[in-house]
Every structure is written in structure tokens, then in C-alpha cells.
Design a binder for this molecule. Structure first.
Ligand SMILES: [Zn+2]
Length: 332
């Protein structure tokens, strides 16, 4: 018996196609028993594994949201062997606002896991996803892009894991997704993410990065639509093998440590030396940080401390001290 205050208006044990909502409490001045409705689709049939596909963890990342809306329209009950659970706009208030953080309380939903049933909207929803949905799952993928702040090469992303068996299974699912890059990431503050919550429960789990800049990139949307179905093929929920992109098999890369990040040491305006995807070398200039307060002084030059491909670049021009402005990936 879950202590979650979230009510699922679908029955996860029932076969067939169910469109419904998660009813998440959100008290307001004019509605003490108010709830926010988070759209959910469950399709179950035959026997097979359960796959949870989520998007809209961050509201300003659009490829995943649109790809799962497309899958919700096109996935037919009779082709499913097992169970598919779709949450295309998981952190619904942030999705409606087109923002990374919640307009309700400023929370980053992907820093809310494993959640708290009585902690307010984001924490109680995270607790429901962790304690009710994840235990149903064999596979999970949470679709992200770079959002307003970053622009990132289209990639299926898994964490660097200690367990070699789980690492191999994660890599296999990432390759099956079929983005141009399969990437193993050492993430800043991974612990409270949905991906880490799924890993703690022994679920084969992926995230992604599929562009960014706060826009919907059509090429990356095509990768995401194909990738979402490819995950279902890989899991055995859909018949047949995953379909690779025209660019062929995914190239395996890694961001193994924080030395592969370039962080801004102070506030300023970032002038990058290189575009996304360029080969870069340790010791070469990464760009200039311009300080509007330092009239008459030269800009601060930043340098790469790793060699590889520029996998992620800062999109927004203005940065704060401690923000990453570049992330380098190297071949795995
Ligand atoms: Zn994100």
C-alpha cells in the first residue's frame, strides 16, 4: 500500500489502452483541495517487460515531449507485448511554462528523487514515480535535451556505473536507441536524478541529450521518435530489431570526470572559441569570458583540460560563476 497522495486514474494491472491522468495535490489560495493533472498513457497486452518512457522532466526540452506525444498517438495496442507507460509531460507545470524549473516552487524536478510524499508537488510526484512506477519497470528512459542553457550533440546517455553487467546492458540499450552518439556520463550531482533512482532499483535506465537552446530541432526530433520505438524493440515489447539512423551505428563516447568540463570562474558573457561537435585539445583556448564590470581589463581566457569532441556548449550568452560553458567527450 503506497502512502503516496498521488492518485493514478489508470489501472496499471489492466490490459488494453488507457489514457488518463496522475492527480497530484497542489493547494492554492482559492482551491485547498486542488490537484494538477499530469497526462499518462498505459498500453498493455500479451506478456513481456514493462518500459517507462518519460519526457518533460525539464519543461524547456522539447524533442522528447513531442516524440512521446507522437508515440501516444501511433502505438497500437495489438503490437505491444508487455506494458508501455508514457509520461510525455512529466513535470507538467514546468512544461506548461516552457521552463526548466517549476513555476510553483522553483524546483528542478530532476533533483527531486527519490522524493517525499508530503513535500509538495514536485517531491510528491517524484516519490510516486520512484516508489510506484519504477518498481513496475524492467526498462526506463527519461528523454532530455540541453534546454535553454545548453546545446548538446544528440546522444543516448547512461551513467558511468560500477556494475559491469548493468553497464553493458545500459550500453546495449543506448546503442539500440540509435542516436549518433552513445555516451557514458559522469554527471554533476547525479544522485537526485530519475536516472539514478532507476539505477538504484536495478532497472536498465537511460537518459538522453537531443539538442537544446530552448527550441525543437526537427533533425533531433526524428532521432527521438525513432529512438523511442527502438527502445521498445530492444526491450522486446515491439517485434523486430531496432532501426538504425542513416548515419549508422552509434559512436560510443564518455565524459569520465569533471576535468572534461570547463567551468566559468566568475560571472560574464561567454564567447566560445569552438562550435558544437569540433575536435578540441587539452591546453587549447576554450573561449573568453567578458566581464562588463572590468572596463579596461582584458577578458578572462579559459582553457580545455581534456582532449576529445566538444559534446556540449553553453547556449545562453550570460553565465554565472560556476556554470559549465563546455563539456568534452572522448571515445569510450
Ligand atoms: Zn533535462
Amino acid at each position: 500500500m503506497s502512502i503516496s497522495p498521488v492518485v493514478a486514474e489508470v489501472d496499471f494491472g489492466q490490459p488494453g489502452r488507457q489514457l488518463g491522468q496522475l492527480r497530484v495535490p497542489q493547494s492554492r489560495d482559492d482551491s485547498g483541495w486542488g490537484t494538477i493533472l499530469v497526462p499518462i498513457l498505459v498500453i498493455a497486452g500479451g506478456s513481456g517487460p514493462t518500459v517507462l518512457l518519460t519526457a518533460g522532466n525539464h519543461g524547456d526540452e522539447y524533442e522528447g515531449q513531442v516524440a512521446l506525444l507522437d508515440l501516444a498517438r501511433t502505438l497500437r495496442e495489438e503490437e505491444v507485448q508487455g506494458r508501455v507507460i508514457l509520461l510525455p509531460a512529466m513535470h507538467y507545470p514546468a512544461c506548461v511554462a516552457g521552463r526548466r524549473l517549476s513555476p510553483l516552487d522553483g524546483r528542478d524536478f530532476n533533483r527531486c528523487f527519490p522524493g517525499d510524499p508530503f513535500g509538495g508537488f514536485a517531491l510528491s510526484l517524484a516519490h510516486f514515480v520512484d516508489s510506484v512506477l519504477l518498481p513496475l519497470c524492467d526498462f526506463q528512459m527519461d528523454l532530455h535535451s540541453g534546454g535553454t542553457g545548453m546545446d548538446i550533440l544528440p546522444s543516448a546517455v547512461g551513467h558511468v556505473l560500477d556494475d559491469p553487467d548493468m553497464q553493458a546492458r545500459t550500453l546495449a540499450m543506448a546503442d539500440a536507441f540509435g542516436a549518433p552518439t552513445t555516451l557514458l556520463l559522469r554527471e554533476v550531482n547525479a544522485g537526485p536524478t530519475l536516472l539514478a533512482a532507476a539505477e538504484r532499483r536495478g532497472i536498465v535506465a537511460l537518459s538522453s541529450e537531443l539538442g537544446g537552446g530552448g527550441r525543437l530541432n526537427p533533425d533531433n526530433l526524428a532521432i527521438t521518435k525513432r529512438g523511442a520505438r527502438n527502445v521498445l524493440h530492444h526491450a522486446g515489447v515491439l517485434e523486430g530489431p531496432p532501426q538504425p539512423g542513416a548515419y549508422g551505428a552509434a559512436q560510443r563516447m564518455t565524459v569520465p570526470d569533471l576535468a572534461h568540463y570547463v567551468f566559468a570562474p566568475c560571472d560574464g558573457i561567454w564567447e566560445a572559441a569552438d562550435p558544437l561537435g569540433r575536435a578540441v585539445s587539452s591546453g587549447n583556448p576554450a573561449g573568453l569570458l567578458h566581464r562588463i564590470e572590468a572596463l579596461g581589463e582584458p577578458p578572462i581566457e579559459l582553457w580545455y583540460a581534456a582532449t576529445g569532441v566538444l559534446w556540449c556548449v553553453r547556449h545562453a550568452g550570460r553565465v554565472k560563476a560556476g556554470d559549465p560553458v563546455a563539456v568534452i567527450a572522448r571515445p569510450l
